[in-house]
Design a protein around this ligand. Structure first.
Ligand code: C2O
Length: 581
């Protein structure tokens, strides 16, 4: 094109015109080459690595020896090609939490759902393209409890030339909130699986892998974030913890929420956020306070009547212009933020209910599939309650379920591979759309209704079906906020409330104008939450509680979204290196 333009150009044109023309051409071609999508190649070597925390060293499973793992930075439209090489002693898979993976469940990652695990010594290449998504997501292992240490941030910038819908921040900081066990997390899970009791709670929370000043042997390595007075920074907060919703705040600073789960929100300011495992929250912070050191801190929001890790993780926001004595640590204890109390459900709900999409959104108004899912815990009775395998309450084993089905992963094959190959006997598609028995879900539930049924049941959706799910918490054992995560989709959160959902009166109060979009939403403890989405992504997609203790007890199911008839409405063929079981 350049050549042709120059040939046809009148040679008598004045030099200056020529220069102007050339420079415009250079600018245009420069932009064109940069607005093209890129392909990012990475190698993720899953390997054990000594990591020292809380005065003790553990042989921790990591990616490339890093804890937390590497941050992926891409733009909308880019393609990622990540070769996962398993040099650890466990089976492993990787999940790209929140990526829609259109028609490409093969890259989604949940063990035995969309793939068989990558066995020790083997590898698998995850390849996928970001389609119309921007913001903060993350990646994590999706096999047993490996995600306790195998996780990292996945940041999607807008396409080149398209700005954020807010003033460009001077700095961006990913804040990965995690949970640390002073033992091997895989052993914690194995013990819980054996005894049937609840797994041990974590020993520390972490910010970018560091517990912070309030824990033994940690102070030297507390995360410090230097800032210039007056600048605005974007904190990309990710709850990569295993089992705990968290409150997070920065001393003396207001936070302006601008996005959750890689979807922009109407900005609002708050003094704290509540964030459940799996969720992300982007907040702007302006360094407009007296130059000094300020703690950022996170501790539990614990909605259940159950033991929890009640410690507090901290990092330090350091104004570069803070007085010297503060820098040397003399009489310079950073200012501490106020966090809501551990069981402050009112604050948690008040925060979540402020979220809105920036403007009117296209949420399904007609519903083809009206699903009502009870979510909660349960107990499996034992024939011998004194057995060492029945150390749950009163000689039982803990379980959890959706509509009384406690999900069991298949062993012979993954669900998606079995479906694609037409292999029968791996799953059934009779997952119940409503609970088998109606009862007062949040009242005093009779003991006869506490025991779920174990099964591998999927729910079939026609391509394009408009779906509503109401998640109804139950008070079986305890009410609790369950952060429900749907793979392959994001959904509009149209309503929520306490008590039992009332299908006659509650839908009238739904927000069908500007509901927030998310990939993970918690129900209020002893309440319900309603979501809507259109089933436009064929494949098998897991839906589960993102508290890994509950996931392990069966608080999970999967949707089978059938292929459509049109072009780009069918699942792609699987990659050749897809692991076999
Ligand atoms: Cu972030 Cu199924 O997980």
């Amino acid at each position: 094109m350049a050549k042709k333009a120059m040939e046809t150009h009148n040679l008598t044109v004045k030099q200056s015109y020529y220069c102007l023309f050339l420079s415009i051409f250079v600018i245009i071609s420069f932009q064109a080459s940069f607005s093209e999508a890129e392909t990012h190649y990475h190698e993720f070597v899953i390997q054990a690595k000594p990591v020292r925390r809380l005065c003790r060293t553990h042989n921790t499973i990591t990616v490339n020896g890093l804890f937390p793992g590497p941050t992926l930075e891409v733009r909308d439209g880019d393609t990622l090609v990540i070769k996962a090489i398993n040099n650890a002693r466990y089976n492993v898979t990787l999940h790209w939490h929140g990526i829609r993976q259109m028609r490409n469940p093969w890259a989604d990652g949940p063990d035995r759902v969309t793939q068989c695990p990558i066995q020790p010594g083997r590898s698998y290449t995850y390849q996928y393209t970001i389609e119309n998504q921007e913001g903060t997501l993350w990646w994590h292992a999706h096999s047993r409890w490996l995600r306790a240490t195998v996780y990292g941030a996945l940041i999607i910038y807008p396409k080149l030339g398209s700005p954020y819908p807010f003033a460009m921040p001077r700095r961006e900081i990913p804040i990965l909130l995690g949970e640390w066990w002073d033992s091997n997390p895989m052993d914690v899970l194995r013990l819980a699986d054996f005894t049937g009791a609840a797994p041990n709670v974590s020993d520390a929370y972490t910010i970018n892998g560091q517990p912070g000043d309030l824990y033994r042997c940690s102070k030297q390595e507390t995360m410090r974030f230097p800032v210039d007075s007056g600048e605005t920074i974007l904190l990309r907060v990710i709850n990569s913890g295993m089992n705990q919703e968290l409150f997070f705040a920065v001393a003396s600073h207001r936070l302006t929420v601008v996005a959750v789960d890689a979807a922009y929100t109407k900005p609002f300011t708050t003094s704290f956020i509540m964030i459940g495992p799996g969720q992300t929250t982007d907040v702007l912070l302006t360094a407009d306070q007296t130059p000094a050191h300020y703690y950022m801190a996170a501790h539990a929001y614990s909605s259940a009547n159950a033991p929890f890790d009640n410690t507090t993780t901290t990092a330090i926001l350091e104004y570069k212009s803070a007085p010297c004595n503060a820098k040397k640590g003399k009489s310079s204890t950073p200012i501490f933020p106020q966090l809501p109390g551990f069981n402050d459900t009112n604050s948690a709900i008040a925060f979540t209910s402020r979220l809105r999409s920036p403007s009117k959104v296209k949420v399904p108004l007609q519903i083809d599939e009206n699903l009502f899912f009870t979510v909660g815990l349960g107990l499996i009775n034992c024939t011998n309650p004194n057995s060492p395998r029945c150390q749950g309450p009163n000689g039982t084993r803990f379980a959890a379920s959706i509509n009384n089905v406690s999900f069991v992963l298949p062993t012979r094959n993954s669900l998606m591979q079995a479906y694609y190959q037409g292999q029968t006997g791996v799953f059934t598609t009779d997952f119940p759309p409503v609970p088998p028995v109606q009862f007062d879900y949040t009242g005093n539930v009779s003991r006869g209704l506490w025991q779920p049924v174990k099964a591998t049941k999927l729910y079939k959706l026609k391509f394009g079906a408009r779906v509503q799910i109401v998640y109804q918490d139950t008070s079986i054992i305890s009410v609790e906020d369950h952060p429900m995560h749907l793979h392959g989709y994001h959904f509009a959160v149209v309503g929520s409330g306490f008590g039992n959902f009332n299908p006659q009166t509650d839908p009238a109060k739904f927000n069908l104008i500007d509901p927030p979009y998310r990939n993970t939403i918690g129900n209020p403890p002893g309440g319900w939450v309603a979501i809507r989405f259109e089933a436009d992504n064929p494949g098998i997609w897991m839906m589960h509680c993102h508290l890994d203790s509950h996931l392990n007890w069966g608080l999970s199911m999967a949707f089978l979204v059938e292929n459509g008839v049109g072009k780009l409405q069918s699942v792609q063929p699987p990659p050749l290196d897809l692991p076999q079981c």
